[in-house]
Design a protein around this ligand. Structure first.
Ligand code: PMT
Length: 404
């Protein structure tokens, strides 16, 4: 189905890179789909492509500097920031990413993007060494954690002669990423999705417990993405620090045994079960109804009992056509351990994450993962927002449903 973007305004920021010429094609695609396009160019961008090109393609004056006084835009940056249904920067240089991460506003583009409340999409383009520089990666992680979306960069041969990641995505991919933002897919309509989030807690006494750092961010990102794509979502949440999403039925649990009870009750009704929670693998063999007293220096030995494997129990109840997804939180031998869990827990798909990697795992807004399934093999997902990873997991779930 071709996209209909009539009535939508895309503000396109163009920064100084050789890929700037490709953005003219993006403008053309957007206009053909009915969108109004307003272009802001940095001074450096105007050295690669003339503003006249973008003026002609967009059929509007191009804004290049905060001190210009365009006839129709009274306070141009505020007006453009407000007019945007989506704010796209393509190509996005290391410089604009750094400015955005730092909140700098020293020209028309950085000022306007700082002021916008619209979703922001960036298509980075730069030399491989600049892209992989720790400071650029840190800036990207910061932007991801604030909800800025990324498309690319792609790997390949770069204009500077290097080979590696840094090439701007093709206009078609950027266009599709814009359409995804403006017209969220409803490809999960009618699907019942059950997702777990957060940590379970095992109490020793009324004040002490065994748990982990899971915040619920990953599970809730999946719940929100599935909700936005039309699924009927139930989230089973343990202890969480992330806000509870709206429009989702949430069942609360405390211990792994509670989780087991709730999941064995709800899973048979679900078409898709995704287990992103971090259940405690052990509970205290004995629990005390009163706060345990200190024993004046005498070492305390406490026995632990193994908790049941909830995912394996859910798999035993699996009905035909149901898709089961688990996570693997690893600190070593990521893929090897995840493969074992995929088989042992009888999952259709496992999302392996190294929880010691910066920007991945517990209580951060981003993740780095590898998706493993018997059906489709391996798919690497580099550093990205948990929401973006959630979308990829759901895309794979849909492919698995289609392959059933
Ligand atoms: O909540 P966040 O702060 O966003 O953090 C996200 C996360 C790191 C918790 C998430 O990305 C993640 O990795 N979740 C899985 C955590 C975990 O328990 O991993 P595991 O490798 O120990 O377990 C493998 C799978 O079995 C998981 O799907 C888990 O939910 C499930 N499990 C584990 C133990 C148990 N007793 N029963 C289970 O069902």
């Amino acid at each position: 189905m071709s996209a209909d973007l009539r009535g939508r305004t895309v503000v396109l920021g163009v920064t100084g890179g050789i890929a700037a010429y490709k953005s003219a094609e993006l403008v053309s695609r957007l206009r053909k789909a009915g969108a109004a396009v307003r272009v802001i160019m940095t001074e450096n961008a105007a050295r690669f492509v003339t503003p006249l090109t973008f003026e002609t393609m967009s059929n509007h004056p191009v804004v290049t500097d905060t001190f210009e006084r365009p006839e129709t835009w009274e306070v141009a940056h505020v007006a453009l920031a407000k007019a945007a249904d989506v704010f796209v920067i393509a190509p996005a240089t290391a410089n604009i990413l750094a400015k955005m991460a730092a909140g700098l506003a020293d020209d028309m583009l950085s000022t306007t993007v700082l002021a916008t409340k619209a979703p922001v999409l960036v298509a980075p383009a730069m030399n491989t060494a600049m892209w992989s520089a720790p400071v650029t990666q840190k800036n990207c992680a910061e932007l991801l954690s604030r909800g800025v979306r990324f498309v690319g960069p792609e790997g390949g041969f770069l204009a500077c002669g290097d080979t590696g990641a840094g090439r701007m995505s093709e206009p078609e991919q950027i266009f599709e990423a814009i359409v995804d933002i403006l017209q969220p897919r409803r490809d999960l309509a009618g699907v019942k999705l059950l997702v777990t989030a957060g940590a379970t807690r095992e109490y020793l006494d009324p004040v002490r417990y065994l748990s982990n750092e899971s915040s619920g961010k990953m599970g809730f990102a999946i719940a929100e993405a599935a909700r936005d794509r039309g699924a009927e979502v139930v989230a089973v949440a343990g202890a969480v620090t992330a806000p509870i999403p709206e429009g989702i039925r949430v069942e609360r649990v405390t211990t792994t045994l509670d989780l087991l009870d709730t999941m064995t009750r709800l899973a048979p009704e679900a078409d898709v079960v995704i287990q992103a929670a971090a259940p405690a693998d052990y509970r205290f063999a004995e629990q005390y109804s009163q706060k345990l007293k200190k024993a004046d220096g005498v070492p305390l030995t406490i026995a632990l009992t193994e908790n049941p494997d909830v995912a394996a129990a859910v798999a035993r109840l699996k009905r035909p056509g149901q898709i089961l997804v688990g996570f693997a939180a690893e600190t070593e031998c990521l893929l090897e351990n995840a493969e074992k869990k995929l088989a042992k827990k009888k999952l259709d798909l496992i999302v392996a994450n190294d929880v010691t990697a910066p920007g991945a795992g517990f209580n951060v807004d981003t993740n780095i993962a590898t998706l493993l399934s018997a059906r489709f093999g391996r798919q690497d997902c580099p550093l990205q927002s948990k929401r973006a990873l959630a979308e990829t997991i759901l895309d794979t779930v849909l492919r698995l449903r289609g392959a059933e």
